[in-house]
Write a protein of this length. Structure first.
Length: 343
């Protein structure tokens, strides 16, 4: 793998202005920063490869995965540690099949059993992939970013994905920042972008395609994830739980699916019926009260919003029943952490 060219972009001398069209700026930066020799000639036949998405908590990894796949398969919220599992998303486009892995944000603050499990998942995900997308916020590089970067070896090509470019007010500051980032790791390429921009997503997919090995696809062309519907149901409940409790509820809460039954359509034209029962696990009685809400209004809303989203995702009629249980200290108990489905 070639190392990046020395970056010789000066915002003032190159005529980059804050008002300059973002798309033009991105094109200029990509042309300047793309290392020589990475472009590959098209190869007849199929390509397929595993691509890990890594970064600190709340940097936008799950939003990026959903955009790359083209449909929501990974939950999102403002809370840290929203993603707790290795989520595989599949995108098949022409002759290429991209198998993306969204990982938990690497945890550096809490040292409990849950966080150790999350970090183990991150480390395992980057060990055997064809490409790594290291996601940071454009123009920023924190201690938390540095700790994640330290996990990445030099043998696997790594793209620096400078996400949330739409939040950067002075576009001219990005070029010198990228020059600084060059000295922190031998990145194969630099990709300033916004996960909200379809053009940026298409550009990132095109770049990723050049790193996929020539081999048969691993999944059918219409598959989006290797995760089960049961798993997706638990994640959607957890997303609504996090979003509707805001910062009130500590991150040490989880969801366990107790029942997931499917009934086939009774008549032609009807949708299948899914009956789901789930338990929201919290650590204290006070947390249980937060989840239930005044006269049960909050847990009803969690159930309603989950049902609406699952019906859209599964193309089915969904009945969902939610319960709340207190399991004090579960996040510090390795056996219980494993029993709740964490690796």
């Amino acid at each position: 793998m070639n190392t990046p060219k020395k970056i010789a972009v000066d915002a003032q001398k190159s005529g980059v202005e804050d008002q300059k069209d973002v798309e033009t700026l991105l094109a200029d930066l990509h042309h300047t920063l793309r290392p020589a020799g990475t472009a590959q000639a098209p190869v007849p036949g199929q390509r397929c490869g595993l691509i890990a998405i890594v970064g600190k908590p709340n940097v936008g990894k799950s939003t990026l995965l959903n955009a790359l796949v083209g449909q929501k398969i990974s939950i999102t919220s403002r809370k840290a540690q929203t993603t707790r599992h290795r989520i595989t998303g599949v995108r098949t486009q022409e002759t290429a099949q991209f198998v993306f892995v969204d990982t938990p944000g690497f945890q550096t603050i809490h040292g409990n059993a849950l966080n150790k499990s999350l970090n183990k998942t991150v480390q395992g995900a980057v060990a055997d992939v064809d490409l790594i997308l290291f996601v940071v916020e454009a123009g920023s590089f924190t201690t938390a970013d540095a700790r994640v970067l330290a996990l990445l070896g030099k043998d696997i090509p790594t793209l620096l994905v400078a996400n949330k470019l739409d939040n950067v007010h002075r576009r001219g500051d990005i070029a010198p920042w990228l020059q600084q980032m060059q000295g922190k790791h031998a990145f194969a390429e630099f990709v300033p972008m916004s996960a909200k921009s379809p053009k940026d997503i298409d550009r990132l997919l095109a770049i990723c395609a050049t790193y996929l090995p020539e081999q048969a696809w691993w999944y059918a062309a219409d598959e989006l994830t290797d995760r089960s519907e049961r798993f997706m149901a638990s994640e959607m409940v957890r997303e609504k739980l996090f979003r509707l409790t805001g910062d009130e509820l500590p991150y040490t809460s989880t969801v366990v699916i107790d029942k997931f039954d499917e009934e086939p359509p009774q008549k032609k034209g009807q949708k299948r019926l899914l009956r789901i029962a789930a338990t929201i696990v919290v650590e204290r009685d006070g947390h249980k009260a937060m989840v239930i809400g005044d006269k049960g209004d909050r847990i009803k809303r969690i159930g309603t919003e989950t049902r609406v989203e699952l019906e859209k995702l599964f193309d089915a009629k969904v009945f969902i029943e939610l319960w709340v249980k207190v399991r004090s200290g579960w996040a510090d108990d390795e056996a219980r952490v494993r029993s709740f489905g964490y690796e």
